[in-house]
Design a protein around this ligand. Structure first.
Ligand code: SF4
Length: 331
């Protein structure tokens, strides 16, 4: 799909983003952190959005959830299940959130209420969105806690978030997000705070339950190892723009964009010979300021050429693959 795809054609997808931008107002000016992102997601699909800090990936998710900071606003369209999330009134958006759209946050302690028992917090969504009686909702909550392998789930449901370890709290968040069987789960770096062995368990569990419930996932991460483990497709974001997009398997084996290649080269691999130091991408990620007409990666790109003073369009380069780079000539 390219940016010129008509909105009517995108309705067959579970989610269709069309020219979605996110801006923040400050001191009389405006910073654009996501710039005209167009993407589609099918039912049950797992899409990884990859990029360094400041690439705009988390703000993209917050825009979909209607959770931008008060000085932020999103423009464009985000058609989800037949409705444009960006133009829904608050009450209608509330009905979507927690029912067919849910989110797992990076830090579960910011999302869990420290004064409420875990079971009550899980049951809330079922009572509010599905009209279940409290006792039935608590029983469902307890079953889901057991499903995410929280030991002695009925007892754990009566506990408070601070009584759980970091890994258990993240599993509670997964239980809460998937309990209502949403059509789409947004996961913002869900395993960053966990150690590597727990990370793998939590990711596998999230994927397993999402497959059972038919839930599609957008997973925001800076970790290509995580993408390789669970994603069907991947979009690489830099400076708020999509640089490359395609099936995870082909993108990870044959990245075309210099930034995507750099990300892959800087990802540690277990099977690789031990080297004294991993390569790094020179320079610092772009942060803030007005969008420039040039390629945002140009200041760090060793392949830069005069044409790069103009942002290349995101265009098809093969089956389901899109690239925004002047290096690859148009077919
Ligand atoms: Fe590098 Fe130019 Fe491609 Fe940007 S468009 S990544 S500067 S070669």
């Amino acid at each position: 799909m390219d940016c010129e795809t008509p909105l009517t054609q995108m309705n067959t997808n579970l989610l269709s983003l069309h020219d979605l931008s996110v801006h923040f107002a400050h001191g009389g000016g405006q910073t654009t952190v996501v710039d005209r992102v167009s993407l589609t997601l099918g039912a049950g699909e797992v899409l990884g959005i990859v990029g360094e800090s400041g690439s705009g990936k988390s703000q993209l998710l917050f825009a979909l959830m209607g959770l931008l900071a008060s000085n932020g606003n999103a423009t464009g369209h985000a058609l989800f299940d037949g409705q444009d999330l960006l133009s829904l009134p608050t009450k209608a958006l509330d009905r979507v959130r927690g029912a067919s759209l849910s989110m797992i946050f990076q830090d579960p302690m910011t999302a869990l209420n420290p004064y409420k028992r875990i079971g009550d917090q899980l049951a809330e969504g079922l009572i509010h969105h599905q009209g279940l009686p409290r006792a039935a909702a608590l029983a469902e909550a307890s079953r889901m806690l057991d499903r995410v392998r929280i030991p002695d789930a009925p007892r754990a449901a009566r506990r408070y978030p601070h009584e759980f370890s970091g890994g258990m709290r993240q599993r509670v968040m997964i239980a809460m997000a998937l309990l209502v069987k949403p059509k789409l789960l947004l996961a913002d770096e869900p395993t960053t705070a966990l150690d590597v062995t727990i990370q793998a368990q939590v990711l596998d569990l999230m994927l397993e339950i999402a497959h059972e419930t038919g839930t599609a996932i957008i997973l925001v991460t800076h970790d290509l190892g995580v993408v390789a483990r669970i994603c069907d497709r991947v979009a690489v974001l830099y400076g708020g723009r999509i640089m490359e997009e395609g099936p995870a398997e082909t993108m990870l084996s044959d990245p075309r964009h210099p930034y995507a290649r750099g990300l892959l080269a800087t990802t540690p691999r277990l099977e690789a010979a031990i080297t004294p130091r991993l390569p790094t991408i020179p320079g610092a990620p772009r942060s803030g300021g007005a969008m420039l007409p040039s390629c945002p990666f140009a200041p760090r790109c060793s392949d830069k050429m005069p044409a790069c003073d103009h942002m290349p369009p995101l265009r098809d380069i093969g089956p389901e693959r899109r690239l925004a780079c002047h290096l690859e000539p148009a077919p």
